[in-house]
Ligand binder design. Structure first.
Ligand code: TPP
Ligand code: MG
Length: 353
């Protein structure tokens, strides 16, 4: 008869096991935003949406080459989380759906659009394109095309924060599909053992290319994926920027107090195809429309702003300011020169840091 597994006795001479987390973070509270904060979240989310719409058009015109993954629908995730971080101190890493994260981090839309069109003025000097945006200055470490790769790289960034004692926290974003990659769990194990300052953010937009999360995941409650490593997880409404900001505060308090990693699952939705070349046959138009109608993150904040007494005129002015910023970014991206051929030989090997 099979015996139940028991813990080996301690007469082996091996050291006692490390102490592990049993504590849980408190339930996150929806952020109580001031009128100014709310306006700023609205502004940033709208900037991302308009920017992405324009990127889609430029792609259609053949001005953007290669892959291009839009962030439309998911804006509240990057805006809510980034608003709680300290740029220049905390680090960020994400996958290929990265334009929105850069914008939410306050990086100039011109250099992001110029990167998309492969121009020398782009943030990766026109050599990274949509999927490989990078800025050491902003501690924004990509932009990664290999699904899940950013999770182990982000764990390394968190190790660096701890080793150097710089007080920073790494925010590592990945998708519901990436959550099934093996390296994610190797990273979780080390991060918890070493109590690394990292927030793992699963952007659960319900699909990995054409596969829905329920078809691909035995445990589809992704916030529970850290449990066997004793990493606490929280499930958050990723269509509500104030809920996201509240969860970011709880997660940052946990990590900054030295308790090790935490996992956030943001339930969100992408309105567009996986990339610009996705015919989207795996879901109905009605499904997409129903999310737009019921849970759009920008419309939700617009309603809150109206309730807070912000006038139609003020919102219209903000809308036209954003359109202007995006038009200027697109013009800049179309007009600036391509990189010199000699650029092919730079940034290939690590030189000096
Ligand atoms: C290691 C690896 N396997 C497969 C792919 C192809 N691929 C690109 S995106 C993607 C889906 C990932 O979905 P998810 O993690 O949910 O992110 P989302 O696109 O929804 O943001 C796949 C399978 C890849 N780029 N890298
Ligand atoms: Mg996904």
């Amino acid at each position: 008869m099979a015996k139940a597994a028991t813990r080996a006795s301690d007469d082996t001479g091996s050291p006692p096991p490390p102490t592990h987390n049993r504590e849980r973070p408190p339930e996150p509270q929806r952020h109580q935003a001031s009128r100014e904060e709310l306006l700023e979240y609205y502004r940033q989310m709208l900037l991302i949406r308009r920017f992405e719409e324009r990127a889609g058009q430029l792609y259609g015109l053949g001005l953007i080459g290669g892959f291009c993954h839009l962030y439309i629908g998911q804006e509240a995730v990057a805006v809510g989380l980034q608003s709680a971080m300290e740029p220049g101190k905390d680090s960020v890493i994400t996958g290929y759906r990265d334009h929105g994260h850069m914008l939410a981090y306050g990086i100039d839309p011109k250099v992001i659009m110029a990167e998309l069109t492969g121009r020398a003025a782009g943030i990766s000097r026109g050599k990274g394109g949509s999927m490989h945006m990078f800025s050491v200055e902003h501690k924004f470490y990509g932009g990664h095309g290999i699904v899940g790769a950013q999770v182990s790289l982000g764990t390394g960034l968190a190790f660096q924060h701890k080793y150097s004692g710089d007080g920073g926290v790494c925010l590592a974003y990945f998708g519901d599909g990436a959550a099934n990659q093996g390296q994610v769990y190797e990273s979780f194990n080390m991060a918890e053992l070493w109590k690394l300052p990292i927030i793992y953010v699963i952007e659960n937009n319900q699909y990995a290319m054409g596969t829905s999360v329920n078809r691909a995941s035995a445990e589809d409650q992704l916030y529970r994926r850290g449990e066997s490593f004793r990493i606490p997880g929280l499930q958050v409404d990723g269509m509500d920027v104030l809920a996201v900001r509240g969860a970011a505060t709880t997660a940052l308090d946990w990590v900054r107090s030295g308790k090790g990693p935490i996992l956030l699952e943001l339930k969100t939705y992408r309105y567009r195809g996986h990339s610009m070349s996705d015919p989207a046959k795996y879901r109905s138009r009605e499904e997409v429309q129903s999310v737009r109608d019921k849970s759009d993150p920008i419309e939700a904040v617009k309603r809150e702003l109206a309730a807070a007494g912000v006038s139609e005129e003020e919102l219209k002015k903000l809308d036209s300011d954003i359109k202007k910023i995006v038009t200027e970014a697109a013009d800049f991206a179309e007009q600036s020169p391509e990189p010199e051929a000699a650029e092919l030989y730079t940034d290939v090997l690590v030189e000096t840091y």
